[in-house]
Design a protein around this ligand. Structure first.
Ligand code: HEC
Ligand code: HEC
Length: 235
């Protein structure tokens, strides 16, 4: 746990009711709101007294989550993308039993602050999952070249070389848990996730077999989370 205690205590002192009220009623849009990383760290560590759960319970302080793959890594992702996902969970555009409930309780500035915090943390590298050579070869091919016959675009055409992400709007996939990647692909296949513009991801996911999805996840999880495109708030 690399949390700076003095920042935490300082922020706690500053976060009096008056301070919070002024900020929540200020007519600032998410784009112009100046995010408070210290306050973000505080919410990540202990949640809020109006019911926002402590993010660290599932995503860890450094955004690496617990390694089970049930919870995504948040390290290395842009604040822009994290904010968008939280707003989509809150509005119902993206749904998840746990995250929708949490995001609906978050104020605009909570979303900005935690997103800025996680965009700035450095995750802990996790061990690559074991993968058979033929699976890895399939995953590498689909991710880097695609499949012309099945009309599958190379993932890295949008998600950047080595899954580094492309600008703040297309998230990095490097180092992300394969179970999480596979779960999102199934959500898009079934039409349960549809929060991307123009349904690009849905159209791609529907062309992939279960074997393809597993292979692509294994490919991306093995890539290191370095030189990622992140931290910019707007595309
Ligand atoms: C009880 C566990 C739990 C807690 C606490 C929790 N999350 Fe999550 N979070 C999840 C799960 C599960 C998902 C995957 C949802 C899905 O499959 O769509 C997720 C997904 C996300 C995503 C989407 C990531 C992506 O790459 O698209 C963001 C952003 C996120 N959480 C932020 C937060 C923040 C910020 C907090 C604290 C305010 C928080 N979470 C608290 C379980 C949790
Ligand atoms: C045409 C561009 C494009 C291509 C090609 C593409 N993606 Fe995406 N992908 C996106 C965009 C845009 C998003 C962000 C959606 C959003 O805003 O919620 C995304 C999001 C994702 C996410 C969600 C990540 C997260 O943390 O929530 C996964 C997983 C993903 N893509 C996997 C893939 C895989 C695997 C492939 C290749 C088979 C692929 N993508 C090809 C544009 C693309």
């Amino acid at each position: 746990m690399k949390l700076n205690r003095s920042i935490l205590i300082g922020t706690l002192a500053a976060a009096t009711a008056g301070f919070l009220l002024t900020r929540s009623f200020a007519a600032e849009s998410p784009k112009t709101l100046k995010a408070d990383v210290g306050r973000g760290a505080e919410i990540v560590a202990s949640g809020t007294d109006y019911g926002v759960a402590a993010c660290a319970r599932c995503h860890a302080f450094d955004g690496t989550a617990d390694g089970s793959g049930a919870f995504p890594k948040l390290s290395g992702i842009s604040s822009y993308y994290l904010e968008k996902q939280l707003r989509d969970f809150a509005s119902g555009l993206r749904t998840d039993a746990i995250m929708s409930a949490i995001a609906r309780k978050m104020k605009v500035e909570d979303i900005a602050d935690v997103s800025e915090y996680y965009a700035g943390v450095r995750g802990t590298p996790t061990p690559a999952p074991p993968a058979a050579q033929d699976r890895l070869a399939l995953g590498t091919r689909l991710a880097t070249v695609g499949d012309e016959e099945k009309k599958i675009q190379a993932c890295e055409g949008c998600h950047g070389a080595a899954g580094r992400g492309e600008g703040p709007a297309i998230p990095p996939l490097a180092g992300q848990y394969s179970q999480y990647i596979a779960f999102q692909m199934r959500m898009w296949q079934m039409g349960y996730r549809k929060n991307d513009a123009n349904q690009q991801m849905g159209n791609i996911a529907r062309r992939l077999s279960a074997k393809d999805i597993e292979a692509i996840g294994l490919y991306f999880e093995r890539l290191p989370q370095k030189d990622l495109a992140k931290n910019k708030r707007q595309p």
